[in-house]
Design a protein around this ligand. Structure first.
Ligand SMILES: NC(=O)c1ccc[n+]([C@@H]2O[C@H](COP(=O)([O-])OP(=O)(O)OC[C@H]3O[C@@H](n4cnc5c(N)ncnc54)[C@H](OP(=O)(O)O)[C@@H]3O)[C@@H](O)[C@H]2O)c1
Length: 369
């Protein structure tokens, strides 16, 4: 199978360097390319494969979390120290694939089933699997995975959507469940253009929650029509505070606490809940000169929380039930995110560029094998 990867120029024949594509990511040059990955041998009688299946990836996508992982791999590859250098490095955490081989205790899947990751956290679905994200190497194309870390999907979900579904679906349903938000309450979703927020907005609108969305990006009328029913607030990336007149909310959903926590607690009603699943500066190279504008002052945050009986919650992914609920709520007519682009392996540079460097990206960029 042709698979995309970061490639180390030092390990490649000079003649092949024409097939290496360069992309800039947070000031670091990435060398990307297409490599041949043969189907690995999978011994279905070996006890180590008892609970495992071999997956052939059909399509995959990257999340914000993968940006830091990609950057770390590239920096290690670019370093002068040959002991640290890898010849290739794969990436990507969401995928859809086909079960090609199964171990002898596998009971949930048959060969030919179409599956996506189940990142169940904090507990995996059985004791032989670890909780959390299933892979950071979806681009490798062939993946050996414990059956507890997968879930089957039916034909109602296309490959493009399935390839970007699990982490956003599982996380957004967990966040909505844990805040106990219900009809009649008001929600604010921050960094609304992020894929995670698009999932959350979709989940809230499907539950008839009064939803306001805040974004630092201009949305076209077509994009706004996708979140029809939500109130849109545009803020500047370079302003110190939010506008005062936006009112107060019962629940605030935030994918980047280092950008918003201070402002968010000021805009919660008594007994309000703030929930976050991430932060911007996941790598030192992501730091910006304007970060001081968003500094979180712990004393101020805690005083505000105490006086108003607020709950501040962290959230990491979600349970299998959360993922099942996300899948059951999926509808073709009200998809949780849009496909910004679907690309093939020769467009690996475009894939990275659109995923991480394009401010106007709305939705997911999918790599189709
Ligand atoms: N813990 C978990 O289980 C979990 C699961 C899923 C996601 N997450 C976290 O959720 C967050 C979002 O992930 P994602 O993959 O959905 O992200 P994404 O789609 O890449 O997010 C892009 C959006 O984030 C905002 N943004 C990005 N860089 C920014 C900057 N420098 N300044 C201001 N805003 C910026 C912008 O929103 P606007 O244009 O609307 O302002 C941008 O459109 C990440 O922190 C990720 O780690 C965590």
């Amino acid at each position: 199978m042709k698979a995309v990867a970061l490639v180390n120029k030092n390990f490649f024949n000079k003649k092949n360097n024409n097939n290496i594509y360069n992309v800039n990511l947070s000031g670091v040059n990435l060398n990307c390319g297409v490599v041949d990955i043969p189907k690995p041998h999978f011994d279905n009688k070996h006890y180590k494969n008892d609970n495992y299946v071999l997956i052939r990836v059909l399509s995959f996508s990257c999340n914000y979390r993968d940006k830091g992982i990609i950057l770390k791999s590239a920096l290690r590859m670019n370093s002068g120290n040959t002991y640290n250098q890898m010849p290739v490095s794969f990436f990507g955490s969401d995928f859809v694939g086909i079960v090609e081989e199964i171990g002898k205790n596998v009971s949930r899947f048959n060969i030919g089933d179409r599956v996506i990751p189940n990142c169940s956290y904090p507990k995996a679905d059985n004791d032989t699997a670890a909780p959390g994200v299933v892979t950071n190497e979806a681009s490798k194309g062939w993946l050996r995975i414990n059956e507890a870390k997968l879930i089957a999907i039916d034909d109602s979900m296309d490959d493009d959507i399935a390839a970007g579904f699990s982490i956003g679906g599982q996380t957004s349903e967990s966040m909505i469940r844990r805040t106990h938000i219900h009809e009649g309450q008001k929600a604010l979703v921050l960094s609304a253009r992020s894929n995670t927020s698009l999932f959350i907005i979709n989940g809230l609108l499907k539950r008839n929650i009064d939803t306001t969305i805040m974004s630092t990006t201009d949305w076209s009328s077509e994009e706004l029509s996708i979140v029809n029913g939500a109130h849109y607030i545009k803020i500047s990336r370079n302003s110190k505070c939010w506008p005062d007149d936006i009112g107060k909310f019962d629940v605030i959903f935030d994918p980047f606490f280092d950008l918003h926590l201070s402002d968010a607690v000021k805009h919660l009603n008594i007994n309000g809940r703030y929930i976050t699943c991430g932060y911007k500066n996941q790598h030192d190279n992501f730091k910006e000169s304007t970060d001081y504008l968003h500094e979180n002052n712990l004393s101020r945050i805690m005083i505000q929380s105490m006086i108003n009986n607020l709950s501040i919650m962290g959230n990491c992914i979600g349970t299998t039930e959360d993922l099942k609920r996300a899948i059951s709520k999926y509808s073709r007519s009200m998809k949780p995110f849009r496909i910004y682009d679907t690309l093939s392996s020769e467009s690996i540079d475009k894939f990275i560029n659109e995923t991480y460097n394009l401010r106007q990206r709305f939705g997911k960029v999918i790599m189709k094998y």
